[in-house]
Write a protein that binds this ligand. Structure first.
Ligand code: TXA
Ligand code: MG
Length: 324
């Protein structure tokens, strides 16, 4: 373990943005907001900086990182886009979509970022502060979610500080993330789009653009996202799903108007966009209420639109922990 470093707290100001870009330019670690979750960023061309991401998160080195860019042109200099990838980029960038495409070997990306894979995950985020920092820095930023590996993804700067204080140079505060679940990951490597992870862009919206529903890849598939370990997003308390009548020792997290007795409700009106935005924050809150003595129970959430991503995260939060 290296000595703790002082983690600076930066704000959404011209000085804060310049300081954030300097952290990246000097090979440091910067947590920054995106519209999905906060990312833990480093210069994607610098081995040492990328190695520090894995160390700070306790992340297995076989799990590749997504590279964030200010624009589509920069993304096309790093990855090779087929017609499907280009359609998806045109439709959803900037936004909560990651495209996994073949890597251009000459792009100068650290092999740690791709974990040695011939493909790369690319994303142009839509958060104004992320865009400002990416533009000021000017280069590719590798950034996984800014949480210790296996824990709940951060949707506020204070969550980042709770998990990574003393391990990173700075966090820049852009408020609460509006989408609240990570990007949808679509693989475009062999002419047909595949769904590697459900996320902030619904599968229905993707199907509208490409004319078919991308096939979901299972965990055992060689080109599935290798980071999709079953246990993830783990709070301290045990989590049960699809509970309509909770036991007294369960903190019940509801969804929709019927859950009037719920201690927390992802969306009292049953709105999936609101539920996604509240998901990780309420998982943290439920864990605090459980306080090491109670369990957590989630009400059913419909499996359509953003519900697919919400249920994916809930299943991983509820999975047995021994595989984490
Ligand atoms: O919304 C998001 O995507 C956030 C923000 C910060 O951009 N990032 C994020 O990163 O969720 P992370 O590292 O927590 O999850 C990235 C996932 C992992 O499951 C990883 O295995 C997969 O993307 N991935 C990255 N590069 C890949 C590649 N070349 N092929 C397949 N999967 C890849
Ligand atoms: Mg993550």
């Amino acid at each position: 373990m290296s000595d703790p470093i002082h983690t600076r707290y930066l704000t959404d100001t011209a000085d804060g943005i310049a300081a954030a870009a300097d952290v990246l330019a000097s090979g440091g670690l910067l947590a920054l907001p995106t519209e999905t979750v906060y990312g833990l960023g480093a210069d994607a061309r610098v081995d040492r900086a990328c190695a520090r991401i894995f160390a700070a998160k306790g992340r297995p080195q076989f799990n590749p990182l997504i590279v964030h860019l200010a624009g589509v042109d920069q993304a096309e200099q790093i990855g090779m886009f087929d017609a499907t990838a280009r359609k998806l980029a045109d439709a959803f960038w900037p936004g909560p979509l990651t495209l996994v495409v073949p890597l251009r070997e000459t792009a100068g990306i650290s092999p740690l970022v791709t974990a040695g894979n011939p493909t790369i995950g690319l994303r142009v985020p839509n958060h104004p502060l992320a865009r400002a920092v990416l533009t000021a820095f000017g280069g590719p930023v590798a950034a996984p979610s800014a949480n210790p590996s296996g824990k709940i993804s951060p949707t506020m700067a204070k969550h980042v500080q709770q998990g990574l204080d003393g391990l990173i140079e700075a966090v820049i505060d852009g408020g609460a993330c509006t989408v609240g679940v990570e990007s949808t990951i679509v693989g475009c490597v062999d002419g047909r789009a595949t769904l590697l992870r459900p996320g902030g862009v619904s599968v229905e919206d993707i199907a509208d653009v490409i004319g078919y529903t991308p096939e979901a890849r299972g965990d055992a598939d060689p080109i599935s996202a290798p980071g999709q370990l079953s246990s993830h997003y783990a709070p301290d308390a045990a989590v049960s799903l699809n509970i309509t009548t909770p036991a007294p020792d369960q903190v019940w997290v509801g969804f929709g108007p019927d859950c009037t007795d719920a201690e927390l409700n992802l969306s009292p009106t049953g709105d999936l966009t609101e539920a996604a935005a509240n998901l990780f924050q309420m998982l943290r809150r439920a864990d605090e209420i459980a306080n090491g003595t109670r369990r957590i129970a989630f009400a059913p959430v419909p499996d359509t639109g953003l519900g697919l991503a919400i249920n994916d995260r809930l299943r991983r939060a509820a999975a047995p922990r021994d595989q984490a």
